[in-house]
Design a protein around this ligand. Structure first.
Ligand code: THU
Length: 160
């Protein structure tokens, strides 16, 4: 039999009640931020709320562009802003919520590959996992404990 490297990835499915007050508040902030998305091309409005170790929360949303590839996902907008302005404060948790314009129901959203690599960058910078909370249409929230679960075998120049 050939040799293998195996990794198991796991997402927790949490009901709203199972979330602590801090995560509920983070998800609500992500939902509110989605309303301000600049998404005239996809009409897919995404909000992200980032909790820092000092308890502060920052939010952002996707910013699209008429030249489509220029658009930036909500997760990278908030992470870039926070890292640019507070480079020494550890990001610990991020919540994401998305819905299509004019729909009331939320869509399931998981971070795209570029955002996963970006989140991974800051995990490596601070040597700490970043938990990701992803809202689903039923109001349940998927939790990834770290990028190990969303981006196994990620690129890392330190072979981590
Ligand atoms: N988008 C995000 O902002 N975050 C995600 O996790 C998934 C996708 C944005 C990119 C684009 O503006 C729109 O959603 C549709 O793909």
């Amino acid at each position: 039999m050939s040799k293998k490297i195996e990794k198991t990835v796991t997402l927790d499915i949490l009901t709203w009640k199972e979330l602590g007050n801090d995560i509920q508040s983070l998800v609500l902030k992500a939902k509110a931020s989605a309303e301000n998305a600049h998404a005239p091309y996809s009409n897919f409005m995404v909000g992200a709320a980032l909790l820092l170790e000092n308890g502060e929360i920052f939010t952002a949303n996707n910013q699209e562009n008429v030249s489509f590839p220029v658009g930036i996902c909500a997760e990278r907008v908030v992470l870039s802003y926070v890292q640019a302005n507070f480079p020494d404060i550890i990001p610990t948790k991020i919540a994401i919520a998305a819905k299509r314009r004019n729909q009331t129901e939320y869509a399931t959203v998981t971070p795209c590959g570029i955002c996963r690599q970006t989140i991974s960058e800051y995990e490596q910078k601070f040597k700490r996992p970043i938990e990701v909370y992803m809202l689903t249409p039923k109001g349940e929230v998927l939790k990834a404990p770290s990028m190990d679960d969303l981006l196994p075998f990620k690129f890392s120049d330190i072979n981590g």
